[in-house]
Ligand binder design. Structure first.
Ligand code: ZN
Length: 388
């Protein structure tokens, strides 16, 4: 459907990350909802950028090139009738174990910048009796530790390892250890598949393939499509770990529009996506890949990074599953952002071969925000076509 032209993107990576937009912005839940399971949220103090976003239960908190110097942990959806809270203790390099702190307090140093070497996390009161809490850390050898449970050491103190990332999850007592499916190995190649112009009647077929192969992707949706059954499709996409980005309300050529018109095209979708998923999108893809200084200015004000692509399948043009799969499998390389469309059944048919083929070659299929998080991050109003 689209005539597309590539822009050579100014990739301005300064090493200084904008933490709020570097990953999917999470709306930190305030009100406990008994219907929702208990979860742990956590914010890390990164050596490069300071405090990061509040990560939700069992997501990876890390930033490229940073170690972690301090942590804040909290719980959400704690039933009012259950006593107890979350307690945690950190081991700071050259200092050793600090005192236990609880629920929202800072553990570690924001000033000295010394890295954490180990962390212990546990629950108290009724929570301790009814839940297990698991913690694992990414060490400076780029490897995640095994899960440490209920106050065990996550990470090894005193042997020169530093914590670069952390992941925490709380589960009903006696459950199996948390799912590791979303875990990304920063030492292995990764690619972000992106699908534009949906959600459509074909989108569930894309999700089926992603679910089957434990892969994730980013869907740049049109606000005009967010109604009826497509709303459930978007919710399912998010529940499977996929990312939802903004592709405007109605696919206009934004370079020909006024500032207020561009802004309406962007912000209308922000409201819709946030309403459906509870997560505010931070990535924008301009229709036709077409943008100018006005578009970037509006994106800056709306908090969006402008995401282009490095590998164009032209799937909308060929509408040939064999050809679409061939292009990706022949050309894909580490850090690519691949452009496809979930508005075509041929692309859905190509996807299984693409996912199988890329995974067989060792590529991890991640969302754009995950790719960005491991490769320098993004800033609002900047354009990106790949993350090498
Ligand atoms: Zn489009």
């Amino acid at each position: 459907m689209d005539f597309r032209f590539k822009k050579v993107c100014r990739r301005i990576i300064t090493g200084v990350l904008t933490a709020v937009v570097a990953t999917v912005a999470v709306l930190f839940p305030i009100n406990a909802d008994a219907a929702e399971p208990l979860g742990v949220s956590y914010s890390a103090f990164y050596s490069n950028t300071g405090w990061g976003i509040w990560n939700m239960d069992n997501t990876s908190a890390m930033q490229h090139g940073s170690h972690i110097g301090a942590l804040k942990l909290g719980l959400y959806n704690q039933p009012a009738e259950q006593s107890g809270t979350i307690l945690y203790q950190v081991n700071v390099s050259k200092t050793g174990w600090l005192e236990w702190v609880e629920n929202g307090a800072v553990a570690g140093s924001e000033i000295m910048g010394e890295p954490l070497e180990s962390v212990r996390v546990k629950l108290s009161g009724d929570l301790e009796a009814q839940y297990d809490i698991y913690t694992k850390v990414l060490q400076n050898d780029n490897k995640w530790t095994a899960w440490a449970k209920n106050g065990e050491d996550a990470g090894t103190a005193g042997v020169g390892t530093h914590i670069r990332g952390i992941r925490i999850s709380v589960l009903q007592k006696g459950s199996e250890a948390p799912n590791d499916a979303e875990e990304i190995d920063p030492g292995r190649p990764m690619i972000a598949l992106t699908f534009d112009d949906g959600p459509s009647v074909h989108t569930p077929a894309f999700l089926d393939v992603l679910e089957k192969y434990n892969a994730r992707a980013t869907f740049f949706v049109l606000g005009g499509n967010l109604r009826g059954n497509q709303i459930e499709t978007v919710k399912r996409a998010v529940s499977l770990g996929n990312e939802i980005g903004n592709h405007t309300m109605s696919h206009l050529q934004l370079t020909k529009r006024s500032a207020s018109s561009v802004r309406a095209q962007i912000d209308g979708v922000t409201l819709l996506i946030t309403g459906i998923t509870g997560v505010q999108p931070t990535l924008f893809r301009p229709p036709y890949g077409s943008y100018n200084s006005n578009v970037l200015k509006q994106l800056t004000q709306s908090g969006y990074a402008c995401i282009l692509w490095s590998l164009d399948t032209l799937d909308w043009k060929t509408q040939n599953a064999n050809e679409t799969a061939r292009v990706v499998l022949e050309k894909a390389k580490d850090g690519d952002i691949v452009l496809m469309h979930d508005s075509h059944v041929s692309s859905a048919k190509a996807l299984e071969r693409i996912v199988q083929g890329l995974q067989a070659r060792g590529f991890q299929l991640v969302t754009v925000s995950e790719l960005a998080m491991h490769r320098g991050g993004v800033s609002a109003g900047q354009t990106y076509s790949a993350f090498r």
